[in-house]
Design a protein around this ligand. Sequence first.
Ligand code: SF4
Length: 385
Amino acid sequence: MKSPNGTITSIDGILGLSPIDRRELIKVTDRFPLKVPAEYLSLINWNDPDDPIRRYVIPSFDELEVDGKLDPSDEASNRISVDGRKIYGTQHKYGSTLLILVSEICAGFCRPCFRKRFFLTGMQPEVIKDEDIPKVLEYTREHTEIEDVLLTGGDALMAPISRLDAIMRGLGDIEHVGVVRFGTRVPVYNPLYILNNPELIGKLEEWSNKKQIYIMTHYVHPKEIRPSSLEVVDLFNDFGMKVFSQAPMIRGVNDDKDVLHELFKKLYFNGITAHYIFVCRPAKGNSAYAVPVEEGYNIFEQAQDPTSGIGKHARYVMSHRTGKIQVLGVQDGLVFMKYHREKTPEEKIMVFKSNPSAMWFDHYKGREIILPYRTLASMVNLKAG
Ligand code: SF4
């Protein structure tokens, strides 16, 4: 099926697949739906069975493996509470950042999505209800530690404009909120959705006059950085917005130092800051897409190596339920990690024995070498003394 705006939502519409594949893959799309804008689909080279874009958006039987959790980062447990009631579609995980899930819709579906629970049939959507927006604004006003608000989903730019406008108008008057971030892959999946939408363009300009806006988009492969997508980036830049890219490392898509280097280089050349490379979250159906933590770190390091300092801003991180954990280094059989943002501040720096098969932070449990960093610090002090 192809929608009027040229987005394909049925496997029958993927003409590059053989008729047998189209018939069989219904078993996957019955569970995890398909959605690909036609222009994005044209990036696929159908003569290459290992095409990285194909791997990222075309369903695969790999997804049917029974493993992982629907909510691997335990996001649903962080909803804010107003008047004793938990507000759907909100998370106040770290002091300075409030997250609002504004849309359950995406411009396309990434097969290794970490919020697949949003798209599963029978699941209740977790997005904010319009009638709760005043309560969330009130909460934000009262919590003066909130400096930035992240609007995400789904895809923030696929939310109804009226909902975004209500939030942005409210935030505009809250002085301690300096930044609003939009989590969106529309500039990658469907740049025309923005370029052909004068109402949205007008609002983006208006909103960027109220607050500093950061567009947190997600390019997984250099092929995605094409003229139509860069046109949207130029538009954002014209409005004074900052454009960042954060993407997972995915087996068969960007788990190669040359591909990742090319991605970093193209982002850098086009004025887009590479922010995070994520370890693929252990969400249901994701195991075949994940790269082990240490292997991924080595690819990441080699990809950044030939780039100049300005192009080396990205961090390699895990969005764990306890906080954002950066992998700092892998050397001499040891893995060094640091809480980049933590829910409850405990030890910031951690050292573990290497575990080459570890796919997630939890797989390092019991392999701590010097867990209390302060112990290490006092040892160093003792020596120095
Ligand atoms: S754009 Fe984000 S939320 Fe939407 S499918 Fe991709 S990873 Fe999931």
